[in-house]
Design a protein around this ligand. Structure first.
Ligand code: NAP
Ligand code: SF4
Length: 670
């Protein structure tokens, strides 16, 4: 019997049976906006071949005012149907099923024409919406229903009506956006009139034999959010209006509680879907931070949902389902919920990809094909760059030997995974170990790769990583490196000053202030961030009660800007908020004068004014990195051609995303 009987059980929806309980949740790829519909179709077809039960497209606007930004992709006119046909044909040829998400952004639309229930600007948009009149509301409903009918015409198997995450339909539900006094505002019956009417009209437009998913917000995490009674009332009304499935939405985009980041515990919100499930008779789908088949299986086995929605895990590995079904779950590339190559790209106008899988969003461009000329390849350095190059090259048929002087693979990842809230990195190093083994790579740990040892190989790849930068502060022999702290070689004292507020400075501050990682204990995490029960507090927004910090930490940088400005676009605020909750002092614009037994002496500004002592028992240096290129230079000087990748190539702004991308692309080209 399969290891995942609940996950792999078909789901009968009447007119159609889904082959398993896995939904690929909606993700915006930004490929659509580039007009490369072939690339969009291949993105979905690859995931259809991977066996997912049903996919939902990225949000498609029903009309220009509902687009997330001007020019956002949608199904605005009958002419757009042909583009969508390319997607549906390719998915069906690959044996898959796909529903189109209809996304009306309301006041989240990033443009001056945005509309909503009332003219209440959102804190995450510079544009105040126009309050719709009766005719305006009717137009929005008609446009959404028309988009659904067009989706059917375009060959989709269904639509998902986006009713959560603070978008248009959700905006009508809550009083802090809906200030109306007509039949669309006031009582809950009036506030839910729009989503229910939309659902009814969509069903009427598509007929009975078509999947219609409604994504409902189970916990808004914003002030004046829906109460649990309201959520249940809406769910029942949506069912009565003709929905086939209810999908779970968690938190509005403007919520100040993380809902999908790596520090959010796995399956953190399934308790809400579990509570909704007995209230309705249509299947319910749960979501958020479900990234392993065993996690999904447990949710379904406990009866918390009828189906699970995974989105980013399908960027990390399109073959999630097929691998789970064929006893190869350990080969599933894990989504570590970092957002670095997916959402951070989406919000920077770049094509979404994946830190772990650079082929995501590049299916038609980054081709990894068997080699016609197998070679012997030496890779020096088993960090993310070297591991990716080795695994990709070996997968193509090269004979690869991987050297590292350390006793374990992982490089910098081994430190990242020790940071509270970054436990998912364990899964990444475990996955690399499995893939090295399956690819038949010769692994030489505890081994210094000498030029002599490398002489016999056809190709040499140098991925020797980085060394910490020497900041040259007088008295710094008293300080310790972030490596000493994160490897546990040194125990910091009660007062700590951190030199450098980049990604690693933030990580070290988290490591030194947090005792037990709340990511591993749901109740602790909920208390830390103020996630309450919507049956007790509207929107589930409670008062945060963070644990006291383990140490008093000051985080410093020379730049006069706010520390942490360069952290991830969609996650930087979480790191800043987490450290603020631990009382970490963040100081920019300093000059480092000296380190002595009293702590770290700093001054401010070009004139080195205002001398200040940051009293500290331990000073930790997190002043960035330099490339470790000594072997590369030695080989080059001897006339040997080498490929240099990862931190050994460029240390500045190095992160695992660039390292894995560079390693994979080299492995694909050797
Ligand atoms: P980093 O992000 O480049 O930060 C280096 C820090 O050191 C900066 O705060 C910089 O600020 C300071 N610095 C630079 N030169 C200095 C000098 N000579 N003396 C004193 N201070 C100096 O490097 P990192 O923190 O080591 O991180 C390395 C890479 O790993 C980064 O690219 C980062 O993105 C990645 N990473 C990412 C995450 C994540 O959560 N996404 C986490 C960890 C690491 P001033 O120059 O203003 O002083
Ligand atoms: Fe997951 Fe990070 Fe990949 Fe996004 S970039 S899919 S969060 S691993």
């Amino acid at each position: 019997m399969s290891q995942y009987p609940h996950l792999l059980r078909p789901l009968d929806l009447g007119h159609v049976t889904l082959p398993n309980r896995v939904l690929m949740g909606s993700m915006h790829t930004n490929l659509e906006e580039r007009g490369d519909w072939n690339a969009v179709a291949e993105f979905y077809a690859e995931r259809a071949r991977g066996g997912v039960g049903l996919m939902v497209t990225g949000g498609m606007a029903p009309n220009p005012e509902g687009g997330v930004f001007p020019g956002a992709s949608g199904l605005y006119t009958a002419q757009d149907i042909a583009h969508h046909r390319i997607i549906t044909d390719r998915v069906h040829d690959a044996g898959g099923r796909i529903a189109m998400q209809i996304l009306h952004a309301g006041r989240y639309a990033y443009g001056p024409d945005c509309v909503s229930a009332s003219a209440v600007k959102s804190p995450i948009s510079p544009f105040a919406p126009r309050a719709l009149d009766e005719a305006g509301i009717e137009k929005q409903i008609a446009d959404i229903a028309t988009a659904a009918a067009r989706a059917r015409e375009a060959g989709y198997d269904g639509v998902e009506v986006m009713g959560s995450e603070g978008y248009f339909l959700n905006q009508f539900l809550v009083r802090h956006v809906n200030r109306r006094e007509d039949r669309w505002g006031g009582s809950f019956e009036n506030r839910m009139r729009l989503p229910v009417e939309v659902m009814r009209r969509v069903r009427a437009a598509v007929g009975p034999d078509f999947i219609v998913i409604f994504r409902i917000s189970l916990i808004d995490l914003v002030p004046d959010g829906s109460t649990w009674d309201e959520v249940v009332t809406l769910a029942k009304a949506i069912e009565a209006a003709g929905a086939s499935l209810l999908n779970t939405g968690i938190g509005w985009h403007e919520a100040r509680v993380p809902t999908i980041a790596t520090s959010v515990p796995r399956a953190a919100f399934t308790w809400l879907t579990a509570r909704l499930r007995p209230e309705v008779s249509i299947p319910v789908i749960t979501s958020n931070r479900i990234n392993r088949p065993e996690v999904a299986e447990d949710i379904l086995a406990r009866g918390e949902a009828d189906m699970v929605s995974l989105a980013r895990p399908f960027l990390a590995d399109p073959d999630f389902v097929v691998k789970a079904a064929s006893g190869r779950a350990d080969e599933i590339a894990p989504c570590i919920a970092c957002n670095q190559a997916c959402l951070d790209h989406t919000f920077s106008g770049k094509v979404s990809s994946c830190l772990v899988n650079p082929r995501a969003g590049a299916e038609t461009e980054l081709i990894i094909a068997p080699t016609a000329t197998p070679k012997t390849v030496a890779v020096v350095g088993a960090g993310p760059a070297g591991l990716s190059a080795a695994i990709t090259a070996a997968g193509r048929g090269h004979a690869v030997t991987l050297f590292d002087r350390a006793p374990e693979i992982g490089g910098q990842l081994r430190m990242a995974r020790r940071v509270p809230g970054k436990e998912e990195f364990y899964g990444l190093t475990d996955w690399f170990a499995v893939m090295l083994d399956r690819a038949g790579i010769t692994l030489r740990l505890n081994t210094e790769a000498t030029p002599e040892a490398l002489a016999a190989f056809d190709e040499v790849v140098i991925a020797t990583g980085v060394t910490p930068r020497d900041p040259g502060i007088p008295g710094q022999e008293r300080a310790v490196s972030y490596i000493d702290i994160l490897t546990g070689r040194v125990e910091a004292g009660p007062r700590v000053a951190i030199v450098g507020a980049g990604g690693i400075g933030f990580d070290v501050a988290e490591f030194l202030t947090v005792d037990e990682s709340p990511t591993l204990k749901l109740q602790d995490w909920m208390r830390e961030w103020g996630v309450g029960d919507p049956a007790e507090v509207p929107g589930g927004l409670a008062q945060p009660a963070p644990e006291a910090p383990l140490r008093a930490v000051t985080l410093l940088q020379r730049k006069p800007e706010k520390p942490g400005r360069k952290l991830g676009k969609t996650t930087g605020w979480i790191h800043r908020a987490a450290l603020a909750a631990k009382g970490v002092k963040m100081i920019g614009g300093v000059n480092y004068e000296a380190i002595d037994e009293a702590g770290l002496h700093v001054s401010f500004g070009p004139a080195r004014e205002n001398p200040t002592l940051i009293a500290a028992d331990t000073v930790v240096l997190c002043a960035g990195q330099l490339s470790e290129r000594s072997l590369a230079d030695q080989l080059s000087a001897a006339g040997r051609a080498v490929h240099v990748i990862g931190g050994a190539d460029v240390a500045g702004e190095l992160d695992a995303k660039r390292a894995i991308d560079q390693g994979t692309r080299l492995g694909a080209a050797l």
